[in-house]
Ligand binder design. Structure first.
Ligand code: ZN
Length: 244
């Protein structure tokens, strides 16, 4: 089975479409796994939910998905994120709201656990250091875990001796799944934050036991023009140019 792993689409339809086109160019997949934050920040929440739902897919809830439907307070969001969240809520129809409301915090498939933030705190915790990632291996039982939330493509590997190391998941790199447990972040589709503005995602091949990371250019200006039209905060518009 081949599966595309996407995270943090953030209502960026141009980025999501570019990723899906890239998936097709690479031979297509059987399933789409989404690690949450389908909406929030970007200009196309309704369309991104609709596009995702058209696929044979799994999805877990992200903090922005819950905030947009009023299930999570925006009190710890920065003012720009909170403003975008209020706008997002106004764009969703009842069916979109019901879909986001049904998303589980954690789901399991084969050798993988899927969460948005971390196994320990599925909707809140950011995994950016080997210290916090290492502690999280006690909070899931499958060999591998997929996370989003930080919008940074990283691989945490837990050795047989109990130490956790981290490495960047670089464009075009291929990860071999072996004996060591891993927590893998495929990067962000709709608002990358590792200094590379291109959309990031991964393809998992279950037979080859490989996970490959890819970066895809997309029409950033098209997304930014819509955000300006809709009056979304300019810092959210500008950051897309830089991948920060
Ligand atoms: Zn996010």
């Amino acid at each position: 089975m081949r599966c595309a792993v996407v995270a943090d689409i953030h209502a960026n339809l141009a980025a999501f479409t570019a990723v899906l086109d890239d998936v097709e160019r690479r031979g297509g997949v059987d399933e789409l796994w989404c690690l949450g934050d389908v909406v929030g920040y970007g200009p196309d929440p309704h369309s991104c939910i609709g596009l995702l739902r058209g696929f044979n897919h799994l999805c877990v809830a992200g903090n922005h998905d819950w905030a947009a439907i009023g299930r999570l307070s925006t009190s710890d969001f920065n003012p720009y994120a909170a403003a975008a969240c209020r706008w997002t809520g106004q764009q969703l129809n009842p069916d979109d709201v019901a879909y986001l409301d049904r998303l589980p915090l954690v789901t399991h498939k084969g050798d993988f656990t899927l969460v948005h933030g971390s196994p320990r705190e599925p909707i809140r915790e950011y995994l950016l250091s080997p210290g916090s990632a290492g502690e999280n291996f006690a909070f899931f039982s499958s060999p591998f875990c997929l996370v989003g939330h930080s919008h940074v493509p990283l691989v945490f590997e837990y050795s047989q001796t109990g130490t956790c190391s981290v490495s960047e998941f670089l464009d075009g790199s291929v990860l071999e799944l072996g004996e060591n447990r891993m927590i893998i972040n495929p990067g962000g589709v709709g608002q990358p934050r590792d200094g590379d503005p291109r959309a990031g995602y991964a393809i998992y091949d279950s037979e080859a036991r490989l996970v490959s990371h890819y970066r895809v250019p997309y029409d950033i200006g098209a997304t930014q023009a819509k955000m300006v039209d809709y009056g979304l905060p300019m810092p959210l518009v500008n950051r897309l140019s830089y991948g920060i």
